[in-house]
Design a protein around this ligand. Structure first.
Ligand SMILES: Cc1cc2nc3c(=O)[nH]c(=O)nc-3n(C[C@H](O)[C@H](O)[C@H](O)COP(=O)(O)OP(=O)(O)OC[C@H]3O[C@@H](n4cnc5c(N)ncnc54)[C@H](O)[C@@H]3O)c2cc1C
Length: 375
């Protein structure tokens, strides 16, 4: 018998979610990563587990399921939920029709419209006029990814006996042999969760999905005065970008207005997300630029556009920027894929910016496909 039931390549959130789903079924799991700890998209993101706004269909339903798994895991793993919910502040006339239409969909069932003062009661820093009305969603949770991912890793190791093999590149997958830079690991099945590494394993199969990379710029903003964000904040630009809103027919007029009035923001794929950390600082983003190998440089102009949108929405006098970073994620026409090179091998890649929000649901789906339903 092989040493492990299942080997997982990649210790980002997608790999960890698969490890969790398998370990809950009593499988002996090893997770192998080339770095000393997760260092990719999974620790560079907002940690914003977003349900409302995800594309209708499996993206929204897997996000909904993943949010419930996150809620189960955070308590057990000692991960702090630093924020709940979303206030999408809309100042443009065209946005009102999009919010109305969204609230009539199945996805809008638990959401509601807020007046300016109701929105300001949750986020006092919202400027008058920035939220002529707002969409409120109760579903979202926000964790601090740079600490949450290590805590999730520790939880899987300590509570479920998952083995982690770090500083180890996987170079070939032929179950029960997994060839690595540090020798052969034996496992009966393998799930490859490589994030945006498309060339190390099964490159032709991954290329068939039309993958590229998306580069994002992110900022940490420190308010000069203590300010409490009772929910994450988005703006009209989010209604024009998140597919759960942007694919509604009512969004056409808004997108045309945004393309006209906020052309540089739209050209740089900017939409506003502001989340708050436990120390009161704000994680602010983001931009989207696509390339096979994006350059590693952070542009001041792009940062300034993001900050200008933040300042249109939020009153934060004397705020300063304390950190800048970039991240990349896999991108393709469809939002994710699970490929099956052999009966005992799967490749699971989220090809859009929602892996933190959907990974737990995808993990359960892949494990069910591999091992069947739980009787
Ligand atoms: C700036 C930014 C903001 C984002 N915001 C959000 C958000 O608010 N909400 C949301 O839901 N999503 C968000 N996302 C997207 C989300 O972070 C990603 O979809 C998700 O983290 C992808 O997880 P992953 O495990 O597939 O990839 P990664 O986190 O990149 O992990 C892949 C791992 O695989 C390892 N690996 C690859 N190949 C090999 C190999 N051959 N051998 C060994 N190890 C290997 C790598 O070392 C890496 O650790 C954001 C992304 C970025 C960059």
């Amino acid at each position: 018998m092989a040493g492990f039931d299942l080997a997982i390549v990649g210790a980002g959130i997608v790999g960890l979610a698969h490890a969790f789903a398998a370990a809950k079924r009593g499988k002996r799991v090893v997770v192998i990563d080339r770095d000393a700890q997760a260092n990719g998209a999974s620790v560079r993101n907002f940690g914003f587990v977003t349900v409302t706004g995800q594309g209708a269909g499996d993206c929204w339903s897997l996000a909904f399921r993943s949010r419930d798994v996150w809620a189960e895991v955070v308590a057990k793993a000692g991960i702090e939920v630093v924020q709940h919910g979303l206030v999408l502040a809309a100042r443009l006339t065209e946005s009102q029709a999009v919010i109305d239409a969204f609230l009539k969909t199945e996805m809008g069932a638990a959401c509601r419209r807020l007046s300016t003062s109701e929105a300001q009661a949750i986020v006092p820093a919202l400027k008058d006029g920035a939220a002529v009305s707002a969409l409120y969603s109760p579903h979202e949770i926000r964790v601090e990814s740079k600490t949450a991912i290590p805590l999730l890793t520790k939880f899987l190791a300590e509570q479920y006996g998952v083995t982690f093999q770090w500083n180890t590149s996987v170079t070939a997958v032929e179950p029960p042999r997994i060839v690595t830079s540090r020798g052969v690991v034996e496992a009966e099945a393998v799930i490859i969760c490589p994030g945006d590494d498309f060339t190390a394993l099964f490159p032709e199969r991954i290329a068939a999905y039309g993958v590229t990379r998306c580069k994002l710029q992110m900022l940490r903003v420190s308010p000069a005065q203590p300010v409490k964000f009772g929910a994450a904040v988005m703006s009209d630009l989010g209604l024009g970008r998140y597919l759960g809103y942007a694919e509604l027919p009512e969004a056409e007029a808004l997108k045309a207005r945004l393309d006209r009035d906020l052309a540089p923001e739209r050209a740089n794929g900017i939409h506003l997300i502001v989340t708050q950390s436990a120390d009161g600082s704000l994680v602010v983003g983001d931009s989207h630029h696509y390339a096979t190998t994006p350059d590693p440089f952070s542009s001041d102009r792009v940062d300034d556009l993001m900050l200008a949108e933040m300042d249109r929405v939020l009153d934060l006098p004397g705020r300063t920027v304390s950190e800048h970073w970039i991240g990349t994620y896999a991108s393709a026409k469809n939002w994710r894929f699970t490929d099956r090179p052999a009966d005992s091998i799967r490749i699971a890649i989220v090809t859009s910016g929602c892996g933190a929000s959907t990974a737990f649901g995808i993990g359960e789906e892949t494990i069910k496909d591999l091992y069947g339903s739980v009787s």
